[in-house]
Design a protein around this ligand. Structure first.
Ligand code: SF4
Length: 254
């Protein structure tokens, strides 16, 4: 009951904000509709990300806002991606040498890559338009709209990553090869500073992402990482989370 009351207050607050900024919102909708892009986003996932769960039905206005943004977000997307396929030269301890170009440091990765022959190294982005719109909404105190659009942007980047993964799979499968799950710097024991290795391997000029000194990618809605490739089918199922004891890890995969 306490939570339901809280959600009712939130709905009322968001509805008032929405009405107050109705004109601005119409302007934003126009901008969204006039851009370009493609894709489908899971509405329940967005509602869950902004704080609604199975026990509470959002108001019709919030449902309508999420529906509108899901219908039109792709107009703010300018996707680009780049990947290279390199040979794995050697795996020793937690170090994996990729040709003579880079060295990856992570035992979680090394246990995967010792079963692989090659690795696909990728970077992708949905561009900066969506996050610029999120910043604009936030600056104009349209908190719900900014939160919804930001969540949709994260979903869109994940969706693009899945498409890139699928394209790599299609490329290698006619040769009897399989691919692993995606791994990105910052997960498990793979330090985020290893972003440098990813960008060195793909030659960062091939995709429009800037890496800051703190190893953050700009635009923010970008994903980089690696996918193992080989003939050993065990790499398809490799999931370090199955044996990891870090129970509260937000990145845990099923
Ligand atoms: S739960 Fe999975 S993602 Fe999290 S640290 Fe363990 S192996 Fe890595």
């Amino acid at each position: 009951m306490i939570f339901q009351g809280l959600y009712n207050i939130l709905d009322l607050y968001f509805n008032n904000i929405e009405m107050f900024y109705n004109n601005i919102n119409n302007h934003i909708q126009d901008k969204i509709i006039n851009s370009f892009g493609n894709g489908t986003i899971d509405k329940n996932q967005i509602l869950s990300q902004i704080g609604y769960d199975d026990n509470y039905e959002p108001s019709a206005k919030i449902q309508s806002l999420v529906d509108d943004y899901i219908d039109n977000y792709h107009n703010l997307i300018e996707s680009s991606y780049s990947y290279v396929i390199r040979d794995i030269k050697a795996v020793r301890g937690n170090q994996t040498s990729i040709e003579d170009i880079i060295s990856l440091e992570s035992s979680v990765l090394a246990r995967l890559l010792e079963k692989c022959d090659k690795v696909a190294i990728f970077a992708l982005t949905i561009g900066s338009h969506l996050e610029e719109m999120v910043a604009y909404l936030a600056e104009n105190v349209m908190v719900l709209q900014a939160t919804v659009l930001d969540a949709i942007g994260s979903g869109a980047a994940e969706q693009l990553a899945s498409s890139v993964e699928e394209s790599i799979k299609k490329l290698v499968s006619p040769r009897g090869l399989v691919i692993s799950r995606r791994f990105s710097p910052g997960y498990c024991d793979w330090d985020v500073s290893q972003q440098e290795m990813i960008f060195k391997a793909i030659e960062k000029k091939t995709v429009d992402i800037h890496l800051t000194e703190e190893y953050l990618m700009i635009p923010r809605k970008s994903i980089s990482g690696i996918i193992g490739i080989g003939s050993n089918h065990a790499i398809e199922d490799y999931n370090p989370c199955n044996t990891c004891l870090k129970a509260d890890c937000p990145g845990r995969r099923i």
